[in-house]
Design a protein around this ligand. Structure first.
Ligand SMILES: [Zn+2]
Length: 239
């Protein structure tokens, strides 16, 4: 694993993304938290209880890989969620957690975000699994995410929020932004009538585009579809 950003740059990225999350309405007040690998043995995380829209670089907390603070103040109360996600996914460096209202509203209404409706989401993310409710701030929450995060970069936490993981902080934020924007579109569509889903042929073509474009994010749908098509027509890379 490489670490392309300095500690100074990462402290600033955490502040910038916290502000973006607040300005875009993905969190309120002190909601949400972020973590990023600083190097092979340390994490840089947002502090507990602070307003994420107004953080300064000096506030960020350095912890070891178990989430024990070794510099700065007290880390986020959800530090163990970040630790669990980064343990399960050695291929990613950054975790973003927020409470985006459209996504959370879908989970409150019991409507899953697993239908293939928005082509861009199908190509990059696949679908968004919902993880059954677990009490925030307890061991239940990190434990509930270990299995599902192995096959997805984006998880909707029932009645709670969203987590995204990526190779760097801005890419994790990008996934959050994309999914919430899509949930907003679907919500608007549902005010007008049923939201039409893509058929399997359309989804297969989108998966082909994904391979042609060389998109490497973990995609739930690509894995499901590849499994289903394994004995029939395989998706091929363009030669
Ligand atoms: Zn939360």
């Amino acid at each position: 694993m490489t670490f392309p950003y300095s500690e100074t740059e990462l402290r600033q990225q955490l502040c910038d993304i916290g502000r973006m999350m607040y300005e875009r309405g993905f969190i309120g007040a002190a909601d949400g938290n972020l973590a990023v690998r600083l190097d092979e043995s340390r994490l840089l995380v947002t502090p507990s209880g602070c307003l994420k829209g107004f953080m300064v670089p000096e506030e960020m907390v350095v912890t070891d890989l178990d989430g024990t603070p070794i510099g700065g103040g007290r880390p986020s109360t959800e530090i163990q969620m970040h630790v669990a996600l980064l343990r399960e996914r050695q291929d990613v460096s950054a975790v973003v957690h927020a409470h985006p209202p459209y996504c959370v509203a879908f989970s409150l209404a019991g409507i899953p975000l697993t239908r293939c409706i928005i082509p861009e989401i199908v190509v990059t993310i696949g679908n968004v699994p919902t993880v059954p409710y677990a009490t925030p701030g307890t061991r239940e929450l990190p434990d509930s995410l270990r299995e599902p995060i192995r096959s997805a970069d984006v998880l909707l936490l029932e009645r709670h929020g969203m987590v995204t993981v990526a190779d760097e902080l801005w890419n994790a934020f990008k996934l959050l932004d994309m999914v919430e924007h899509s949930a907003k579109i679907v919500h608007l569509a549902l005010q007008l009538g049923p939201a039409q889903v893509l058929d399997q042929e359309q989804v297969s073509k989108l998966m082909q585009s994904r391979y042609d474009l060389g998109i490497q994010s973990r995609n739930t749908l690509a894995q499901d579809l590849l499994a289903r098509l394994a004995c029939s027509t395989p998706i091929t890379r363009k030669s």
